[in-house]
Design a protein around this ligand. Structure first.
Ligand SMILES: [Zn+2]
Length: 873
């Protein structure tokens, strides 16, 4: 699954949207939600007849099971399902019907039989009915202006909303799926269509799909509607990209990505794609970004469908990463699946790491390693909060399992795998992946299986490294002494952003530390819990995170840091510059450096030719303006400094041209947005004129620059611009264009227009998948924060009606953007009396962020004032 927690906001706001896990939930009672081990399914024959008008479905299933001990009761998972009849035939040929008792709290049904069912193979037949819900999970209804669709989303624990099943990842089985649907409609499922026959009845037809391979229930998928597809083929696999009508022109980009990635993965994994076909389906209503159902990947439309002529670079990169992320899961997750949800990080960390590796191979000109380095800074900041969790944590209830899909499972786990690959070498690591997948194909495995395979292949202590990173919460900071005579002293401790938290001195890691060298690039040493010094290369410049791929913070002695700043543009690669800036920002947060030190480093990077370096370093300037500056004068002075520092850099860029590299396009847009956001009047005028040109003819302006211009224009915009953007959202057929326009509505700072945007978000006219994101953006934009929060409080019933589970928690988490004790208490009190489902962890995290901001401001605001005064002199 690809979660969408951050694509809408500047990096500094990312953590506002990250849901955080509950680690304190008692596992004793939760453990009871696991199914008994006495019954193991091997095959399901499933038939569904959905009624898209009534939003209901009828289903029947036959499950082949193996019973270990004779029993009178069988427990499986079901919720929102009405059982019509239950029958079992056991290994002695005894057939009998059963009674059903439901436990909605455990989401289980227990089937009881008057006569004891014998051990051995048995067949369970169940007739049932259910609802096509509007919760974006289970078997659910998605709508367009024209019609209804019936679609599925089962990860993590929602297959049980569509059919009674043994809904645990290790209970793998094969599936025969059959759908009886309206004449004229099509159906897509995991396997290819085996037969399509008229009836029953004159206006129906029945589509039967070929048997699936052995797989987990959460990977089953089926969709019904009038989807239209573009077809292709790669390495003997039939590929289709499908969407609701009118969007075929937006499917060819994804098909090209899929063809590249299928071939790339066939080679990388050394295992041919295990199915005959692979479909990619854009769903109008979809909570996550995308879902890796075996052979039938489903997507939020923006993550699949785009027009390469008018899509921004960020939109293309986002869709490409999502597509290849889900394709990586076909092997790593679908073919080999985690034994239980506590190891979901291995799935998601692997796909997060692999999506960037595959995209980098497809588009070396996109500078993906820098993008990864910048992303890692965000993850390190989140992991330096006391509420972070260990990568592997217990999760037993559906609510606990859902909360495992967080930046730790994705970003941190991905960063750990990147570090290990960097240490072992690409080919050795690949062989470890191949060995792991081959040993467990069509089965389940644990994290130990993975790192033991890597340890066996590499003969290096991968088990110790991964164990120390996976089982312990938080991240290390390495304090380096002055390197001398080929050695450097080092002490490691857990790093917290807040200076008031003291780390436990017993917490230590085993880590590969790679020093930068002029010749071969890097020299890696293993740091163990007892290490006090490491061998260093004989190099004039001392940098302890070569390539920026190590998952740790570094702190240098003053002379070494000074030398790094002096040579930042000549001595370090772009990824290393991003890493250095991130480390320095962490030092500011920990009160070991001042905001002035950080801004001096930003000034040293002002002419950086790399867009990712610039955006990563200047993202924290926005944070300083929002969370450190306490007065209008300070913000004005900081704005003036940004304009005088970066204005000349922007002026030096040559005019945009058709053949500009993605970096050139991004760099221009970054500088443009930076100056526009810090009040440059010339850029504002340009933004208004570019926005007008774009709205008149979207092909007339570079799309990446156009998006930056629209944001700035909206910020200062009037009702006429608001109307145009709202109209674009309502009339465009391009999901990417729609989403951008909707996002811009909530950037208007004119209070009457912001009020219109907020009312619109809560009106029911905006899809549930988007409405909460609007509110989250409103809370993230400093100028719109108070009004958005007041709106949420005063329109609570309408606001809450827009929430799906994940989206409600996102809004709660976004209140962490406040920075005062009054606002903190207000947030806490409001949600105490207006509870939001599955959001306790998000609320704790938000409160922690507010407290962190109060502390940061009190420590650093005097430093900012002093530094700004010095600049003006
Ligand atoms: Zn995923």
């Amino acid at each position: 699954m690809k979660i969408r927690w951050n694509p809408f906001l500047p990096g500094a706001y990312l953590c506002a949207l990250a849901a955080f896990s509950c680690l304190l939930c008692s596992s004793g009672a939760a453990q009871a939600q696991r199914l008994p081990a006495n019954v193991v399914p091997s095959h399901y024959a499933l038939s569904f007849t959905p009624d898209l008008q009534a939003a209901t479905f009828a289903g029947s299933e036959t499950i082949d099971i193996n019973i270990k001990q004779p029993t009178n009761a069988i427990t499986l998972n079901a919720i929102e399902i009405k059982f019509q009849s239950v029958e079992i035939r056991d290994s002695n040929g005894l057939a009998q019907s059963g009674a059903v008792s439901l436990d909605s709290q455990k989401q289980q049904a227990t089937l009881t039989f008057a006569q004891t069912v014998a051990a051995g193979s048995a067949t369970l037949r169940i007739q049932f009915t259910g609802i096509l819900n509007n919760e974006l999970r289970g078997f659910y209804l998605s709508k367009t202006a024209r019609r209804n669709y019936a679609v599925t989303q089962f990860e993590s624990t929602d297959a049980r909303r569509a059919f009674p099943c043994f809904d645990e990842p290790a209970m793998k089985a094969t599936f025969d799926i059959s759908l009886t649907i309206d004449r004229g409609d099509t159906a897509i499922s995991n396997s290819a269509v085996a037969s399509d026959t008229p009836g029953p009845g004159a206006d129906k037809h029945t589509v039967k799909f070929a048997p699936t391979p052995k797989m987990s229930t959460y990977l089953v998928a089926f969709v019904v509607g009038d989807f239209q597809c573009t077809r292709g083929e790669q390495d003997g696999v039939a590929l289709r990209v499908c969407a609701t009508p009118g969007k075929l022109a937006l499917t060819s980009y994804a098909l090209g990505v899929a063809k590249f990635a299928l071939h790339y993965y066939d080679n990388y994994f050394g295992i041919h794609f295990p199915l005959k076909k692979l479909d990619f389906i854009g769903i109008p209503d979809f909570e996550a970004g995308a879902m890796e159902n075996f052979g039938a990947i489903t997507f939020r439309e923006t993550d699949l469908l785009l027009d390469p002529k008018t899509a921004s670079f960020a939109a293309k990169r986002n869709a490409t990463l999502a597509i290849v992320h889900e394709m990586a899961h076909q092997w790593f997750g679908d073919l080999v699946t985690m034994q239980w949800w506590d190891n979901i990080w291995l799935n998601e960390g692997f796909a997060t790491w692999m999506e960037t590796k595959c995209t980098d191979a497809m588009h070396p000109e996109w500078n993906i390693p820098q993008f990864v380095a910048a992303d890692e800074q965000q993850t390190l900041d989140i992991d330096a909060l006391p509420t972070t969790r260990a990568i592997r944590a217990e999760a037993d209830t559906p609510e606990e399992i859902d909360q495992m899909f967080d930046p730790i499972a994705y970003g941190k786990a991905g960063a750990v795998l990147l570090m290990v690959e960097n240490y072992l070498g690409k080919e050795t690591f690949r062989q470890g992946v191949h060995a792991y997948l081959t040993a467990h194909e069509y089965g389940n495995a644990t994290a130990e299986d993975f790192w033991n395979a890597q340890t066996a292949v590499s003969h290096k202590p991968v088990d110790k490294i991964m164990d120390s990173l996976v089982e312990q919460p938080g991240e290390p900071i390495l304090d380096f002494g002055v390197p001398a005579a080929g050695h450097v002293s080092v002490t490691q401790s857990r790093f917290f952003l807040s200076p008031s938290i003291q780390p436990d001195p017993a917490q230590k890691w085993t880590l590969p530390i790679c020093f930068k060298t002029a010749g071969v690039g890097k020299s890696c040493e293993l740091l163990t819990p007892s290490s006090t010094s490491l061998t260093t290369p004989a190099d004039s410049l001392f940098f302890a995170n070569a390539g920026g791929t190590g998952y740790y913070r570094s702190a240098y002695a003053p002379a070494q840091y000074k030398a790094l700043v002096a040579q930042v543009e000549t001595g370090l690669t772009p990824s290393e510059r991003i890493s250095l800036a991130g480390d320095e920002w962490a030092q500011v947060r920990a009160n070991k450096a001042t905001v002035g030190d950080y801004l001096n480093l930003v000034a040293a990077l002002k002419a950086d030719p790399n867009a990712d370096v610039l955006s990563s370093a200047t993202g924290n300037v926005g944070t300083i303006a929002d969370r450190v500056a306490a007065t209008r004068q300070e913000r004005d002075a900081l704005d003036a400094w940004v304009r005088s520092t970066f204005g000349p850099q922007y002026a030096k860029l040559s005019p945009p041209q058709a053949g500009d590299s993605p970096n050139a396009v991004e760099l221009r847009a970054e500088l443009f947005a930076l100056l526009g956001n810090h009040g440059d009047p010339k850029v504002l005028a340009q933004a208004q004129s570019l926005a007008a040109r774009y709205l008149a003819d979207p092909t007339s302006v570079n799309p990446t620059l156009a998006q930056a211009a629209l944001g700035i224009a909206a910020f200062h915009g009037d009702a006429a611009l608001f109307d145009k953007l709202q109209n674009l959202y309502e009339t465009s057929n391009d999901p990417d264009v729609k989403e951008q326009a909707l996002r811009d509505l909530v950037l208007f700072t004119n209070p009457a227009l912001l009020d219109r945007a907020l009312n619109y978000a809560a009106s029911g006219k905006v899809r549930n998948q988007d409405a909460a994101i609007e509110l989250a953006i409103g809370l993230a934009v400093p100028e719109n924060r108070d009004q958005t929060w007041n709106f949420i409080k005063t329109h609570w019933p309408a606001v809450q009606a827009q929430f799906t589970t994940e989206m409600g928690a996102m809004v709660v988490g976004s209140t962490g953007s406040f920075c005062s004790a009054e606002a903190r208490d207000d947030v806490r009190n409001f949600f105490a009396s207006h509870p939001v489902a599955a959001s306790d962890a998000s609320l704790r995290h938000a409160i922690e962020r507010i407290n962190g901001c109060i502390e940061l401001r009190s420590l650093q605001e005097p430093n900012l004032k002093k530094w700004l005064d010095a600049q003006s002199k």
